[in-house]
Design a protein around this ligand. Structure first.
Ligand SMILES: Nc1ncnc2c1ncn2[C@@H]1O[C@H](COP(=O)(O)OP(=O)(O)OP(=O)(O)O)[C@@H](O)[C@H]1O
Ligand SMILES: O=C(O)C1=C[C@@H](O)[C@@H](O)[C@H](O)C1
Ligand SMILES: [Mg+2]
Length: 162
């Protein structure tokens, strides 16, 4: 079964997935290949509902590939995706307080995040999603003040004991 990394924007899902495996899937990258444009452009042109539909289709395809998967922060926004996550047993939630995540998002100029333009809007999303991430997670890792390689090692150690 796939290891599936979940958590809010900036939690380090893409960074840690890369450390866990050369054959990881970054769902946001896979979506961008499918839609042939940056996610932020797709949001501007078609809106969030259409994005969530593509996200679910791509997640359904990715889940069968048996790779480490870095999801997007909003994977829990859609009940179809929650059903998929419920069937998995290696869902790893990278958990952090909001202010640490916001600092990372501000510093990260490589990624455009359409739902992280306004701090208070993002905080509300974070508060809404936090209990959902907790509910579907098989492992929760606190990631504040922790290097990505340490986080990857914690996941490997946990997986080794399954
Ligand atoms: N453990 C960490 N400690 C410090 N900085 C980190 C850590 N993990 C990731 N970062 C940095 O935080 C930023 C966001 O990381 P990353 O893109 O991996 O997050 P993400 O969870 O994939 O976000 P998104 O949901 O938006 O795709 C990047 O600049 C990355 O270098
Ligand atoms: O948190 C979210 O809803 C998102 C996070 C990103 O990874 C992208 O999937 C997109 O920008 C939406
Ligand atoms: Mg990512």
């Amino acid at each position: 079964m796939s290891i599936i990394l979940i958590g809010f924007m900036g939690a380090g899902k893409s960074t840690v997935a890369k450390l866990l495996s050369n054959d990881f899937i970054d769902l946001d990258k896979m979506i961008e290949q499918q839609i042939e444009m940056p996610i932020s452009t797709f949001f501007d042109l078609f809106g969030e509902d259409d994005f969530r539909q593509v996200e679910q289709e791509v997640f359904e395809a990715a889940i069968h590939m048996d790779f480490v998967i870095a999801t997007g922060g909003g994977i829990v926004e859609n009940t179809g995706n929650l059903d998929i996550l419920g069937f998995q047993n290696q869902v790893v939630y990278l958990k952090s307080d909001f202010d640490s995540l916001w600092q990372r998002i501000l510093k990260d100029d490589k990624n455009q995040r359409p739902l992280a333009k306004d701090k208070e809007f993002a905080r509300k999303l974070f508060e809404k999603r936090t209990p959902v991430y907790e509910k579907v997670a098989d492992l929760v890792i606190a990631v504040e003040n922790k290097q990505p390689d340490k986080i990857a090692q914690e996941i490997r150690d946990w997986q080794g004991n399954l």
